[in-house]
Write a protein that binds this ligand. Structure first.
Ligand SMILES: CCc1ccc([C@H](C)CC(=O)N[C@@H]2O[C@H](CO)[C@@H](O)[C@H](O)[C@H]2O)cc1
Length: 817
């Protein structure tokens, strides 16, 4: 019976071993001697997945019993990373599993390497969503992560002749043992067509939407375990044809038409859009957003009514967090479902809607703020356009009453009438939500004072801040067992659920023996990464070098090319014979460029060209090495953060909403060189300015420079050192003498330099020289490293989620032991 089945899903070494062998034999159809590492990994994954589901079922039963208020997290992107290591930690069975496998002559590490991660996101926003699911699960927050099950995730990055090339990410090729398909949980989704306004039998106004395309969304559930208890799910939707095979077409011999619907429907969730912070504006992207929003809202209304509650109380039982504007069409879709499908009166429906949604903004970049042409939205979602117009006219009415100027009203309108009329999705999300938050103190302030300032003056209480956090159980406990064990040795393992406990490490900052062990752990991690770099790129870096790491999406505002200017300065200094004070340094880059982002791809080519030059120059390559690590991902990041000495967080102040890599580096003992941007400001506050390498203009200074008119060329003329470095970009020296290759970057910096690299150059170079000085003083460096880790408590995703619960969602945890 299922009771026995349940029982044997025990967590002892023996039970794990037998369950592993059973799965290998019965579900993979292999015996150990004939099994590949992939077979062994799949068998173990199934064994652990079953245990994860057991824990998850316990939670949901309790939550349902408690009839608790729940959170639905709507995100078009998730970057969960590899599941196995995390689930072993969360079930508390890593040691037992390692021993069980050892008895079968199998190394757990070899199986962990087999896992292919679901790359269902681009960068920060997607990874944050996954960190938050982990934190909600661990803290017993009744919640579901809704999203899209892309068949192909973020492209695989390969470097060919120094250039980025993109390959399809076939993450599902060998199947995915961590998900369970739910064919019984499927919803119909409509597109296109037209609306018919009429009256129903009791003379009520009624709107019929007659679509010209229908398909269905099927749920795929992945359990997200909490640490030592609780579990939630990530429910991702896959698009399918309602009728996957048209027999009549087939009988008529039109074999293609027989499957045409199937192909067109499945195309919808075929691939993730690889754009990070710049719009594609593609029709398919809008359809993807509406598809998962409609499935998720229908699912929530179904669950709400299952518990026989009236829809009038939806907001009391569900709160929906919009992860940026990508799911913001939700506001119009909930109105459609409540008014058109459930006959709720408009005002009631609007009241429920506005009390249900909350919106998180993740970027201030104008080119990243989503707008959809009215023509396209009207074509794909005719009923939603009507609803958006209705919402807008009532909103503008409200504004007129509260004497906003015509100009202000036009700038606040949901419709941008300038040029081709388009819908401002950030305005729809703001008007349709009860709370709007930014993701760092500085970002939330800029959001209130700049991008959404009129809304903030209209609804000041609506705006708040929740500074980002990270899943430290993944990015420290699982990724850096060496440091985790050393920490636990000193302060116990309370920090696994209470990151503030790390503060206790301050008591050992002067302890020589502890300092020694601290540097040994870091050196060990650097040796592992050096091997990986050799393997992936053929470049050898000495583990004793200063590992200066810059990993994140490639974007001009993140200023990877400022780092390149520093490297070239050192190169020219060494070549001119005065490089003695330079500490041997390995510059390690990683990050993907959006395929259509010309400058970002050229910046990658510049990094690889400088690498070719420096790494093959015997005069300098004992001092400096440059590496571009291809295909940055969560899995790779878990190798990189533990091995870093210096974390590059050098975006132009006011551009990086928060950053989360900055937190992961500092948590692993790296020191940060950074500007006062995003969460760098709060990291600097927590660790102390003396333990943070600060440089560059502040946001206010940036505004001032721009206001008084910025002429980068003047800096080029005045600063000889800078001029020499810039001229090197277009000299014969780089890229085999093709002086035109980097001219676009050269010209952009000399003429516009929109991200003020030339302005921050001197401050950056001087700061780096100081860093090399401090690096030479091992003891001082180690103490700063310990103090960074000791003060990372604030940046736990658990803290961020507690902030959301207390300040926004008003949701209580429901814990099951
Ligand atoms: C429409 C294309 C598009 C796609 C993704 C995005 C995301 C908002 C980009 C993103 O990932 N932003 C990052 O979000 C992180 C989590 O809050 C922050 O830490 C980063 O600073 C921010 O760049 C914008 C526009």
């Amino acid at each position: 019976s299922s009771k026995e089945a349940q029982e044997h899903l025990g967590l002892t070494k023996e039970e794990i071993k037998s369950s592993f062998l059973e799965n290998l034999f019965y579900r993979i159809g292999r015996i150990p001697p004939l099994a590949s590492n992939l077979d062994l990994y799949s068998a173990l994954a199934l064994a652990i997945r079953d245990r994860a589901f057991k824990q998850f079922v316990k939670s949901t039963t309790e939550i349902a019993r408690k009839n608790a208020k729940s959170v639905a997290y709507f995100s078009a992107e998730y970057l969960p990373g590899p599941h196995l290591g995390m689930n072993l930690l969360n079930l508390g069975i890593t040691t037992e599993t390692r021993q069980a496998l050892e008895e079968l002559d199998i190394k757990l590490e070899d199986l962990l390497e087999e896992e292919v991660e679901p790359g269902l996101g681009n960068g920060g926003l997607g990874r944050l969503a996954s960190c938050y699911l982990d934190a909600m699960a661990t803290q017993g927050i009744p919640s579901v992560g809704y999203g899209i099950r892309y068949e192909y995730g973020i492209f695989k990055q390969e470097i060919k002749d120094g250039w980025q090339s993109e390959a399809t990410d076939k993450w599902l090729h060998f199947g995915n043992p961590w998900e369970v398909v739910r064919p019984e949980i499927a919803y119909e989704v409509k597109f296109g067509g037209k609306t018919e306004h009429g009256q129903d039998f009791n003379k009520e106004l009624h709107v019929e939407w007659i679509p010209d395309m229908k398909l269905k969304g099927t749920a795929y559930d992945t359990p997200v375990l909490g640490y030592k208890g609780n579990g939630i799910i990530m429910r991702l939707w896959r698009s399918e044809a309602i009728e996957s095979f048209d027999f009549s077409a087939y009988n008529g011999g039109d074999y293609y038409r027989a499957v045409e619907k199937k192909i067109r429907s499945e195309n919808l969730t075929k691939v993730l859009y690889p754009n990070d912070e710049n719009l594609s504006g593609k029709e398919l992207r809008l359809k993807q957003q509406y598809f998962f929003v409609s499935c998720s809202l229908q699912d929530i209304l179904h669950l709400h009514m299952l518990q026989n509650r009236s829809l009038e109380t939806l907001h009391e039982k569900f709160t929906i967090q919009l992860n940026d504007t990508h799911p913001s069409i939700s506001v119009a879709e909930l109105m459609r479902l409540l008014v058109d499908r459930h006959d709720m009166e408009w005002e009631r429906a609007w009241d429920v809607t506005r009390k249900t949604f909350a919106y998180t903004n993740h970027t201030l970049l104008p080119e990243a703020l989503e707008t959809w042409p009215v023509s396209l939205l009207g074509h794909i979602l005719p009923r939603h356009l009507e609803i958006i117009y209705e919402i807008n006219s009532r909103f503008l009415h409200e504004l007129r009453d509260s004497n906003f100027s015509g100009e202000q009203i036009a700038s606040m309108s949901l419709i941008d009438e300038r040029g081709e009329p388009s819908v401002r999705m950030a305005h729809l999300a703001t008007v349709g939500s009860y709370k709007v938050n930014g993701v760092s103190a500085l970002h939330s302030m800029l959001l209130k004072n700049q991008v959404l300032s009129d809304f903030a003056s209209l609804w000041p209480e609506k705006f708040s801040n929740v500074t980002n956090g990270i899943s430290y159980r993944r990015f420290l406990a699982v990724s850096n067992p060496g440091l985790s064990n050393l920490i636990t040795e000193k302060i116990g393992d309370g920090w696994y659920t209470r990151l503030d406990d790390l503060k206790k490490l301050e008591n050992f900052v002067e302890d020589e023996e502890f300092q020694q062990k601290w540097t040994e752990v870091k050196l060990e991690n650097k040796k592992v990464l050096a091997c990986y770099i050799q393997e992936q790129t053929g470049i050898s870096v000495a583990p004793e070098m200063l590992f200066d790491v810059h990993v994140k999406r490639i974007h001009e505002y993140k200023r990877q090319h400022l780092k390149v200017l520093h490297i070239l300065s050192l190169y020219l200094r060494i070549k001119s014979g005065n490089g003695n004070e330079i500490a041997p340094c390995a510059f390690i880059f990683g990050g993907k460029a959006a395929p259509g982002y010309f400058m970002a791809k050229r910046i990658i080519r510049l990094i690889t060209a400088v690498g070719e030059r420096v790494n093959n120059d015997p005069e300098v390559n004992s001092k400096i090495k440059v590496v571009f690590l291809p295909n940055f991902s969560v899995k790779q990041a878990q190798k990189v953060y533990p091995a870093a000495d210096l974390s590059e967080q050098v975006s132009l102040a006011g551009k990086e909403a928060s950053g989360t890599g900055n937190m992961k580096f500092a948590l692993n003992g790296a020191l940060t060189v950074g500007t006062l941007d995003g969460a760098n400001v709060e990291i600097c506050e927590e660790v102390g300015e003396e333990n943070f390498f600060l440089f560059g203009l502040t946001t206010a200074e940036v505004e001032a420079v721009k206001a008084e008119g910025y002429r980068p060329y003047k800096l080029y003329e005045e600063n000889a050192r800078l001029r020499e470095v810039l001229d090197f970009l277009v000299s014969e020296e780089l890229s085999g003498g093709d002086t035109e290759l980097f001219r676009p970057i050269y010209e952009n910096l000399l003429q516009q330099d929109p991200y003020l690299l030339l302005k921050d150059y001197e401050s950056y170079i001087n700061c780096q020289d100081h860093i090399h000085e401090v690096w030479r003083n091992k003891k001082e460096w180690t103490k700063k490293s310990i103090l960074n880790v000791a003060n990372m408590g604030k940046f736990s995703a658990d803290r961020s989620i507690r902030d959301y619960c207390e300040e926004i969602w008003k949701v209580e945890p429901v814990r099951v032991s």
